[in-house]
Design a protein around this ligand. Structure first.
Ligand SMILES: NC(=O)c1ccc[n+]([C@@H]2O[C@H](COP(=O)([O-])OP(=O)(O)OC[C@H]3O[C@@H](n4cnc5c(N)ncnc54)[C@H](O)[C@@H]3O)[C@@H](O)[C@H]2O)c1
Length: 308
């Protein structure tokens, strides 16, 4: 199993590290446009192999896509991250050009690749890949919901003073401060609804804190976060590589599901060796349906900024 990660920056390197530590891929290629950067990160990571006990071979490449040839899975993290006070949508101008070039280079060298798009604004970048390449939709996956759901579970566990392993919950919708739809009514602690433990006000606070999870970290760090994003990407890569059939909310092209068309947005999907093997169309409450419609309107507005 060969995995390429484009962008050897904060998220790309973290993602490569988690993939290596989980030791399910034979090879990870890190590629970056900055001279020597990916080679340096790859060498540093390889020097953790004997310490962390993995056999995955990590190599680096300065913009040479021949080294990525025949990748099974490729992750696109190349592009600029946001700075404090910025929205993800403000990154569109620079990142759209990068994502378009990178995706076409990847596909030229790995025609059977499954692409995972991470660069922001992620739903719009996923839509861009859908519109500008010939890849079938089950091989174009946007990562956002897996991270947002991990942040939701963190906030729920914090509010209930419970271990995170007790908590289950999911965030669907657009990967933006206003677009996320935390499915509070479906969240549970050991199969008991979280509303049995937390007041409506506290649950609203949890949902609000989840939605600004990325912005909170960007303010603290001065740039956007990388550990949880890298871990979330590695979980998607593992689900595909190991044919796990696991369910994650991912951005995918919708054709009628959730009443939406011609948009990539976060909904629950099953991931296996073919990429997105099923879109899970769960019934939503009227409030959740309205939030999903509002979220989709926001993503469509950002999509309209693309010159397709
Ligand atoms: N979807 C999510 O949940 C999520 C989470 C966190 C970050 N992000 C996004 O991921 C992206 C990367 O974030 P980061 O913190 O790793 O940024 P970073 O600046 O640390 O790394 C980005 C890397 O991309 C490289 N790059 C730029 N143009 C390139 C090109 N044409 N080809 C190859 N490499 C190129 C840069 O040299 C840099 O090393 C940002 O757009 C950020 O907003 C998304």
């Amino acid at each position: 199993m060969k995995v390429t990660v484009v962008g050897a920056g904060a998220v790309g390197a973290s993602c490569a590290e988690y993939i290596a530590i989980k030791d399910f891929a034979s090879e990870v290629v890190l590629l970056d446009i900055k001279e020597g950067y990916a080679e340096g990160k790859a060498m540093d990571l390889m020097q953790t192999a004997s310490l962390n006990g993995f056999d995955t071979k990590i190599s680096g490449s300065t913009n040479d896509y021949a080294k990525t040839a025949n990748s099974d899975i490729a992750v696109i993290t190349s592009g600029i991250p946001r700075k404090p006070g910025m929205t993800r949508e403000e990154l569109i101008g620079i990142n759209a050009g990068i994502v378009k070039t990178v995706s076409s280079n990847l596909i030229a060298h790995s025609p059977n690749v499954i692409l995972i798009v991470v660069s922001n604004p992620m739903d719009t970048m996923t839509y861009l890949v859908h519109k500008t390449t010939d890849l079938p939709k089950h091989r174009i996956i946007g990562m956002g919901g897996a991270l947002d759901s991990a942040r939701f579970k963190y906030r729920l566990a914090e509010a209930m003073e419970a271990p995170i392993s007790d908590i289950d919950g999911m965030v669907i919708g657009g990967h933006s401060d206003t677009g996320m739809v935390p499915l509070t009514s479906h969240a549970t602690r050991n199969s008991i609804r979280v509303s049995e433990f937390l007041s409506e006000d506290r649950l609203e606070q949890v949902a609000a804190d989840t939605k600004v999870g990325g912005a909170t970290l960007t303010k603290l760090l001065g740039t956007s976060a990388w550990y949880a994003p890298g871990a979330a990407v590695s979980a998607l890569v593992q689900a595909i590589a190991c044919d796990q059939k696991k369910m994650f909310p991912c951005s995918t092209f919708l054709e009628g599901e959730y009443g939406l068309n011609d948009i990539c947005i976060g909904v629950p999907v099953i991931l296996g060796r073919n990429g997105i093997e099923q879109i899970v169309d769960i019934p939503l409450s009227d409030t959740e349906k309205n939030k999903m419609q509002e979220s989709a309107a926001g993503v469509t507005k950002t999509n309209s900024l693309l010159s397709l």
